[in-house]
Ligand binder design. Structure first.
Ligand SMILES: [Zn+2]
Ligand SMILES: [Zn+2]
Length: 292
């Protein structure tokens, strides 16, 4: 079973209940982190995520609350004798910033990225897009590959054999004895799982476009509508605005994070969001969502 684990759901400053931003995704044995705020390694221990197994770290932007945890994590891994590669993806200027503070061990590979597909593996990909914050900030879209299930009986009756199965998956159709056979004639396609992570941003059209039909939309909600002027000033979103993005993008589920430490309870965030988009909730540290 694959899982999404919320390690830190606070923003700007930690509170007793909320750590700094970080969301772990464990997909098919690939452990990755979206942001790595201060204390992330300790949150991983706390929620039983093996920090030694982390393969990829994606940093959304170079505000301290989103990447300060990288230093400690690298240091601990080094002390533990790590040799397997760890790839850290950062926005432009990130490598210089990290190198100024810590000597990068050999197992760490740092990659600076812009917009577009930044990682493609056999069964999933990671795409980035620009958010609307006060410095260069990116959202991430995790998409697992579609699963194709053949109706073997039907495929064989139409004359399919051997390499034709690979070919039809690649091209969407194939010609057998002069007749066109479409993939949909012989197979069912199960859409892959889509998770979008959008920290630190004003609501934006681009987010709606990139996060279209997400199974899980993780979107910041730093403020409530009553403090909307501050959300605008600091380039953050309100719970209502996060819910509007979920609705417009036709996502299935909204999980909010990065709540400002000034709010004592998440209840009003849920109330406000649910009025616009029913399947809204505030993520708490330690929340786990499992998916097939
Ligand atoms: Zn932040
Ligand atoms: Zn920020």
């Amino acid at each position: 079973m694959n899982s999404l684990i919320f390690l830190g759901t606070g923003g700007s400053a930690p509170t007793k209940n909320r750590g700094m931003p970080s969301v772990a995704l464990n997909y098919n044995g690939n452990l990755m982190l979206f942001d790595c705020g201060e204390g992330t390694q300790r949150q991983m221990m706390r929620y039983k995520i093996h920090y030694g197994k982390v393969k990829y770290i994606f940093i959304s932007h170079l505000h301290l609350d989103h990447f300060l945890g990288v230093f400690g994590l690298i240091q601990t891994l080094k002390l533990g004798g790590r040799t397997e590669p760890l790839e850290i993806f950062l926005p432009r200027g990130g490598i210089k910033l990290i190198e100024a503070i810590v000597k990068i061990p050999e197992f760490v590979k740092m990659v600076e990225f812009g917009e577009g597909e930044i990682l493609k593996q056999n069964n999933f990909s990671i795409t980035t897009f620009l958010l609307d914050h006060n410095i260069e900030t990116y959202g991430f879209v995790f998409q697992s590959k579609n699963k194709i299930k053949f109706n073997e009986k039907k495929a064989k009756s139409l004359g399919m054999k051997g390499k034709m199965f690979t070919e039809i998956q690649k091209n969407g159709k194939i010609i057998i004895n002069g007749k066109v056979v479409k993939l949909s004639d012989v197979a069912e396609t199960k859409r892959g799982f889509k998770i979008s992570y959008c920290p630190d941003t004003r609501p934006s059209k681009k987010t709606v476009k990139y996060c279209k039909e997400s199974d899980i939309l993780i979107h910041e909600a730093a403020f409530l509508e009553e403090d909307k002027d501050q959300a605008q000033d600091r380039k953050h979103s309100t719970a209502k605005e996060a819910a509007q993005i979920a609705k417009q993008s036709k996502s299935k589920q909204l999980m909010m994070l990065h709540l400002s430490p000034r709010y004592k309870s998440p209840e009003n965030f849920e109330k406000e969001a649910k009025k616009v988009f029913k399947n809204s909730s505030v993520a708490e540290d330690g929340y786990i969502v499992k998916f097939a």
